[in-house]
Design a protein around this ligand. Structure first.
Ligand SMILES: [Ca+2]
Ligand SMILES: [Ca+2]
Length: 636
């Protein structure tokens, strides 16, 4: 009888607390997902699996050794198989390729080397059939010097005269000198003398990439029209290149540009690190410009929301402003590069926790997080952090809240490929010398995708590809990895699938903790649903952990949902969350054995495993059944 009373009391207590559940949890960002009210679902991009295609290296359809649009169209079913939501393509526009397409000669024309406009339209059509969104690269900071706008500007055509940042420079002892000490990202002065116009033009990148003048309203409108052109064709949005460089400081009253201050410790005046870039990056006007671009996207109200992904490595307080403010929307996803910039091979679980929380705790309310592990400008994740950490990092970015961004080939575990000075083509490296080029080259992460162990790794059938094929392609290629249950590819695919079918991972709340110095834990939880815990044993020691010391309200038994080849466990196994041993580099995704009921205690919302409630209810039912049997017996 006592247990019946207790059960009833508990049930009454829980029922009485029902209204308290509408209050927020004491957590980082209880409402990070701004639900699409009409569909009662997160918006398509909020838990999206984004995938960067570097078109030159994805798939070559015509045997010239360079990837192209028909190659991408041919392999879109692969992205579907992987579970990708949207792919952003590095530039595919007409270009002399001085910076492999980031020097655009015509912003609304497809480069013949990649195909034609009808090839692009065909790609969009196939993508739509497969429900994969296509996102283009928008390169606002500069055009090519072979762009018609630049030629007309150099010729002082009245319409285009001020389209670029021109300056007569200084005259010292009868010799022309650049207007300021500004240094190009790619080495040497950022100013180039133009013989035709007899003036200097600014180029923050290579000299074939003159900076557009965003203080000219005609430039701003022309570039908005570029966005409109592609949006009307049906692209899902843009990744915006080199955002912090768009605006420079305006010239002073005397029409001069101020020198940037020196960085102590760097004595090479041609090196980008020589100066503190206080006048050439992160100018406040740039943030407002991104808001204006967002407004252009919002002009397109048909179909799904169009989105902006903003590339910026700026300090976190500046990055966060790109999301928008109280009155204006900005980029839905300013790229989060913290896992690239702040995490090294030696980072322990506390560093990971700090790095992840940097983003989550700075992110404005209602915004969506994202996690980038690699891109065409960064050493591959396996080369940076270890090939034995590739799967655990994919596990981490998929189970953290928000969107994940994967660079092509990293789902296979492709690593950097050593490229000789002779084969080096990246201008960032070619502008240096054979002794130091490796420090600057981005070629190692740009080599062709490894589809199979055929000639050219199945990328092409050319006798020479534009960059050499990685020598590891016999071991690391899609065809081989398809056959291995715990290959990087298969784990990646399972991760995409798990997020797609798991509401807790999509919209649940998040706790990130260093369980100890070597083990990182991420808990995702949601009312009336299962709790998920991702564990990463970052180093080579065996670790024994009690998860209940770090995370409240876990069930004692937890089910293993996903493993990597570093584990001896398999999906479906059960572990004891109070005493769990992790092998070196083992990473796991665990799921609670029961869903949760929420209650309120000591000013905090807490959770009670629903299994406890079930046990009590079962006792009540048994007790009542027993009473009924007794009563019937006594009547007979
Ligand atoms: Ca080709
Ligand atoms: Ca600029």
């Amino acid at each position: 009888m006592a247990s019946l009373v207790a059960a009833l009391l508990v049930i009454l207590m829980l029922n009485g607390l029902e209204p308290a559940m509408s209050q927020p949890y004491p957590n980082y960002h209880a409402d990070f997902v701004d639900i699409d009210q009409a569909k009662n679902e997160p918006k398509w991009w909020q838990t999206g699996a984004f995938y960067q295609i570097y078109p030159r290296s994805f798939k070559d359809s015509n045997g010239d050794g360079i990837g192209d649009l028909n190659g991408i169209a041919d392999r879109l079913p692969y992205l579907k198989e992987l579970g990708i939501t949207a792919t952003w393509l590095s530039p595919i526009f007409t270009s002399p390729m001085a910076d492999f397409g980031y020097d655009i000669a015509n912003f609304t024309e497809i480069a013949p080397i990649f195909g034609s406009m009808s090839d692009f339209e065909n790609l969009l059509k196939i993508a739509k059939q497969l429900n994969i969104k296509i996102i283009l690269d928008f390169v606002p900071n500069h055009s090519s010097d072979e762009c018609e706008w630049f030629k007309r500007s150099a010729a002082r055509d009245p319409e285009y005269k001020d389209f670029y940042v021109w300056h007569p420079g200084k005259m010292v002892n009868g010799v022309h000198q650049p207007p300021s000490n500004w240094v190009s990202v790619f080495h040497g002065s950022a100013w180039q003398w133009h013989e035709g116009r007899k003036e200097y033009y600014l180029h923050q990148f290579v000299k074939k990439q003159p900076d557009l003048n965003y203080r000219n309203p005609k430039v701003r409108e022309a570039m908005k029209n570029v966005l409109r052109f592609w949006l009307a064709k049906g692209v899902a949005g843009f990744r915006i290149d080199a955002v912090p460089h768009v605006f420079e400081i305006a010239p002073d009253a005397a029409g001069q540009y101020r020198d940037e201050p020196r960085n102590n410790g760097n004595n090479d005046p041609d090196d980008y690190g020589y100066l503190q870039h206080i006048y050439t990056v992160d100018q406040p006007e740039t943030i407002n410009l991104v808001y204006e671009w967002r407004a252009v996207l919002d002009e397109f109200k048909d179909g799904d929301e169009r989105i902006l992904l903003a590339e910026t490595y700026s300090p976190i307080d500046i990055v966060m402003q790109y999301y928008g403010n109280a009155t204006a929307e900005g980029a839905q996803l300013p790229f989060n590069f913290r896992l690239i910039s702040d995490i090294s091979n030696n980072s322990n679980a506390e560093s990971y926790e700090w790095t992840i929380l940097q983003w989550l705790q700075h992110m404005p309310k209602g915004r969506t997080a994202n996690w980038v592990l690699g891109n065409h400008d960064q050493p591959r994740v396996g080369s940076r952090l270890g090939t034995d950490r590739i799967d655990m990092l994919n596990m981490l970015t998929t189970t953290l809240p928000g969107a994940s961004v994967t660079y092509q080939g990293e789902e296979l575990g492709m690593t950097n490929v050593w490229i000789s000075w002779k084969d080096t083509v990246d201008p960032s490296a070619c502008n240096t010398n054979p002794n130091v080029y490796e420090h600057y080259s981005r070629d190692p992460e740009r080599t062709p995708f490894q589809w199979s162990d055929d000639i050219d790794a199945g990328f092409s059938n050319a006798s020479k590809t534009w960059l050499p094929i990685g020598p590891s392609y016999k071991l690391i290629n899609l065809e081989k990895e398809r056959k291995e249950p715990l290959s990087h590819f298969n784990i990646f695919k399972q991760l995409m699938q798990l997020r797609k079918e798991t509401k807790t991972l999509q919209v649940g709340e998040t706790e990130v903790k260093a369980v100890n110095r070597n083990v990182l834990g991420v808990k995702r939880f949601r009312q009336h649903d299962f709790t998920y815990v991702t564990l990463l044993n970052i180093f080579d020691g065996t670790e024994t952990v009690n998860l209940k010391d770090s995370f409240a309200d876990l069930t004692t038994d937890m089910e293993v949902v996903l493993v990597t080849d570093k584990s001896q466990r398999k999906a479906g196994d059960f572990i004891n969350s109070e005493n769990l041993q992790l092998l070196p580099k083992e990473s796991l995704i665990l799921r609670s054995t029961s869903t949760y009921y929420t209650y309120y205690s000591n000013g905090e919302h807490r959770q009670l495993p629903i299994e406890g409630v079930y046990l009590l209810v079962a006792q009540v039912v048994l007790y009542l059944s027993y009473r009924r049997v007794l009563t019937l017996n006594s009547v007979c």
